[in-house]
Design a protein around this ligand. Sequence first.
Ligand SMILES: Cc1ncc(C[n+]2csc(CCOP(=O)(O)OP(=O)(O)O)c2C)c(N)n1
Ligand SMILES: [Mg+2]
Length: 357
Amino acid sequence: MPRKVVFKEQIHNIQILSPKGKVDSKLGVPKDLNHDKLLDMYRWMLFFRRFDRKALALQRTGRLGTYPSLIGQEATQCGAGFALKKDDWVVPSFREQGVMMVHGVPGSKILAYWGGDERGSEFEEGINSLPICVPVGSQTLHGVGLAMAMAYQKKDAAALIFIGDGGTSEGDFHEACNFAGVYNAPAVIIIQNNHWAISVPRHHQNKASTLAQKAFGYGIPGVQVDGNDVMAMYQVTRDALDRARRGEGPTLIEAITYRMEDHTTADDASKYRPPEELEEWKPKDPLLRLETYLRSQKVLDDALQAKLEEEVDAWVAKEVADRDAMSKPDPLETFRHLYEEIPLHLLEQMAEMQENL
Ligand SMILES: Cc1ncc(C[n+]2csc(CCOP(=O)(O)OP(=O)(O)O)c2C)c(N)n1
Ligand SMILES: [Mg+2]
């Protein structure tokens, strides 16, 4: 009999690309990420950042209602997005514009959504993403239900579900993980642990030393990844999605990252966030480390960097132009999607609105 019981949880924090841009010699670069693909990832991450900066500026000039920036979390979303196959589904919360766009959602739709236009939630057939979901945690249930349905239909596809660190305190998250485990759903749940839930820090959210270990209570694997390392994010998500598609069940991934901006444009993080913390995260920037690596491999130089920036800015401008080209939304749409048959009192309100248009 051991004289003392040692309670210890074992969670690996996987990192391939260090903040200094060096690849772990034991793990190596994921096999299917050649230089072209890594450059493409870098281009996407640059696009996310510039798209977000533009969106923040559009909000300040009154063209968007609010906006939740993903700046700092680019590698989490790019790595995960590149691991998806076309038939897989993305189930976002509200800060997942990056992974949505990688999976085919046009940036113009994201801008429409945050501009208060419901058409920002309508995607073309074949673009497998649920709409942006603001009620924290509820999307995890939708996602696991979607995964269970795909398993029932024997589809070779999985659902990639996103939630924040704060969202893991919601009952919905617990129910989703529980169902996913019991029904062996082809679901991969990524917790983007960006250390803050608006002004509530991670350590006030949960006493557990990792959020990944929550998985064990549901009988599913849990893994922690450096979310600012696009290579590790890609590898871990891809392996988890492969497992799910093979019928081996769900995985919970905790991606350790950092929210570099305010929670949304309706927030001022300087009121509650110690400035030293922000400084501490700057050298761990996800773009910087991939840039350093690509330069060390002679894949990227100043000329190509300038060209990429130009291309990405043109791409952002096109998304804004596409949003601007959309006709004005029909206000009567607000009545149309709640009931199969619109009740009488709403028909009366519709008629009244129509008269005043
Ligand atoms: C059910 C619900 N409760 C509260 C809110 C208000 N709210 C919006 S975001 C947020 C914090 C979310 O934090 P986290 O899950 O860590 O995601 P992050 O914003 O960091 O991406 C809260 C409390 C909400 N949208 N929905
Ligand atoms: Mg958070």
